[in-house]
Ligand binder design. Structure first.
Ligand code: ZN
Length: 329
């Protein structure tokens, strides 16, 4: 008796299921707008796949034909604002620069992209494979007082960190940078981005930028257009310049002997903003060049490899995108 009831009820449910499935299939073919619902979850990685190493910058593309009001991505809790860019010979669409932090754990993560079009929004999902970079191990011997701060030094360092944090709270919501990035100093690239630093025998924070060796007084150029957010003279970075390029992209230039810009200055790509020096914690004259992309510490040289040779950024947004499935190195 029990058995029969169960059999009958399961047969009823499966008939109902079949009817529901057919109804959904029919409805979605008649009303394709259903695909643009706020609630439908997208299977992870459904819209494409990207891969890169720790410290790299990935160019994520979302094709579009019409106007969208806003396109934002979320990757490892970091927000990636997308911008519209037109490139000759390529489909119209949005581009997001995804920075893989030098200390993001290798693995596969979801990049969720929300495309807003007025009241409606569409969710896209990409797989991002983060591969391990083989960073070098760097042994440094420095005067003890330059490594281990006394109480006064530690307090100063803390205040300086706070000062930078406050200055960078203000950021341009407009994309200020242009197609081409400039190498700030044409010197000897040391390749120590991300290297594990052992100072006087003790492991320290990894090196969060690239060092370029050049003679004292060599011109230092801004890598792109932007606004000088803050100029500093700090215990570790020495004389430094922080440039805001908009949409969460910052570049930093440390150990300068001279700073040639002021806080709030609008600067152009290639503009000389300072001179190479060895101020702060430095063993000799060099430029420490750092880049932060939406909170990720990336290798600044990965900017020079970006495919932005002839792109023109459009001031307004576009449509419902059909995502592209590509992978960048
Ligand atoms: Zn450095």
């Amino acid at each position: 008796m029990m058995m029969m009831e169960r059999t009958q009820s399961s047969a009823r449910i499966s008939r109902l299921d079949r009817m529901l499935i057919m109804a959904v299939v029919l409805l979605s073919s008649i009303f394709p707008v259903e695909l643009f619902s706020n609630t439908t979850p997208v299977p992870k990685g459904h819209d494409g796949q990207y891969s890169g190493k720790q410290g790299q910058v990935l160019v994520v593309k979302v094709k579009s034909e019409d106007q969208a009001t806003e396109v934002n991505g979320t990757f490892l809790k970091r927000t990636i604002p997308f911008f519209r860019e037109f490139r000759p010979g390529e489909p119209d669409g949005y581009i997001g620069l995804l920075g893989i932090d030098m200390q993001d754990e290798p693995g596969t993560y979801d990049l969720a992209v929300e495309v807003k079009q007025g009241e409606q929004s569409k969710q896209l999902s990409f797989n991002v494979l983060v591969a391990k970079e083989n960073f070098t191990v760097e042994h440094l011997t420095l005067p003890k007082d330059k490594v281990d701060l006394d109480e006064k030094g530690a307090a100063r360092w803390k205040a300086e960190q706070e000062q930078v944090k406050q200055a960078l709270v203000e950021n341009s919501r407009l994309k200020l940078w242009r197609s081409n990035f400039v190498e700030p100093v044409n010197g000897k690239r040391t390749g120590i981005f991300g290297s594990v630093r052992i100072m006087n025998g003790k492991p320290r924070n990894p090196h969060n930028g690239e060092d370029i060796g050049a003679p004292m007084g060599t011109d230092v150029a801004a890598t792109n257009d932007g606004i000088v957010r803050i100029t500093v003279d700090h215990i570790f970075s020495g004389k430094g310049v922080f440039v805001d390029h908009g949409l969460g992209f910052y570049s930093m230039y440390f150990h300068l002997s001279e700073i040639l810009v002021n806080d709030g200055d609008l600067i152009k790509a290639g503009q000389i903003i300072g001179k190479v020096g060895s101020t702060g914690r430095a063993t000799g004259p060099h430029l420490h060049w750092g880049v932060k992309l939406n909170g990720a510490r990336v290798n600044p040289y990965s900017l020079l490899d970006l495919p932005f040779k002839s792109g023109v950024t459009l001031p307004t947004a576009a449509t419902i995108p059909i995502p592209e499935t590509t992978s960048t190195p």
